[in-house]
Design a protein around this ligand. Sequence first.
Ligand SMILES: Cc1cc2nc3c(=O)[nH]c(=O)nc-3n(C[C@H](O)[C@H](O)[C@H](O)COP(=O)(O)OP(=O)(O)OC[C@H]3O[C@@H](n4cnc5c(N)ncnc54)[C@H](O)[C@@H]3O)c2cc1C
Length: 244
Amino acid sequence: MKLLLIVGLSLLTNNVVYGDIGQHVLQDKNMPLTKSVAIIGGGASGTSTAFWLSNVFPSDGKIQVVSTIFEQSDYIGGRSTTVPIKDDDSLGTIELGASIFVEANKNLMTAAKKFNLELTQLTGVESARPGLGIWDGKELVFEESGSYWDTIKAVWRYGFTPMKFQRKQKEVVEKFLELYDTDYGFENIAKIVDTLGFNSLFNQSASDYLKKLGVNKRFSNEILQTATRGNYCQDLNTLHGLAV
Ligand SMILES: Cc1cc2nc3c(=O)[nH]c(=O)nc-3n(C[C@H](O)[C@H](O)[C@H](O)COP(=O)(O)OP(=O)(O)OC[C@H]3O[C@@H](n4cnc5c(N)ncnc54)[C@H](O)[C@@H]3O)c2cc1C
């Protein structure tokens, strides 16, 4: 009788084994299995996790997933936002994080396309090219004119460092892209860095790293540091190697 009951129950139920605790969920086979997922943080990572979970497990599917995003602030988007400088609207706004989207940032680019968000040109870029200039505080040390002379001027001033740096940058970005293909998560950034084999970049300043790479000081100071100051408000000697 006991055996019959068990057989009968197992015919009626979804028999899902929860690996870690060796338990079975017993419920009507025709009822969808509902799982709850808690997502901490409503930035690009959290919101795209919720979105893709809802795609993998549609609401009319056999397994239904109810995602709840827990967010400590009162808006969605995390660092992809701007805030008033010194909390004073009259001073303008400053970005907290993502504002320039590159193809390598697949979550943000995919979301922008999927939701038909309009990607605008970086303000001023069109008008800034040709005519990019590097100002060292006293004078314009490099200036583009829009002609083929620009390349010659760049090689004259920075040697072949820009090409060398671009090759290295491509290598690092390609390694980063491997993260999108992993089928497991990471508990913290240190584990990501470890998996990618970037520990050596993480453990030294950007300026030391660039020196070891053979990137000349002038290119580091005038081009790279200009970018890190603009993006992170930091000089190369206060950033770790991975940041460049
Ligand atoms: C200065 C700066 C400039 C950047 N510029 C660019 C750029 O131009 N282009 C680009 O593609 N990327 C840029 N990035 C990177 C980009 O902002 C990040 O890759 C992206 O925001 C990461 O998304 P995320 O969801 O992982 O984290 P976040 O956007 O930081 O979101 C995390 C969310 O989790 C919430 N949270 C944290 N802890 C808890 C908790 N315990 N409980 C509840 N909620 C919690 C936070 O409030 C936040 O909303 C920049 C980053 C910085 C710092």
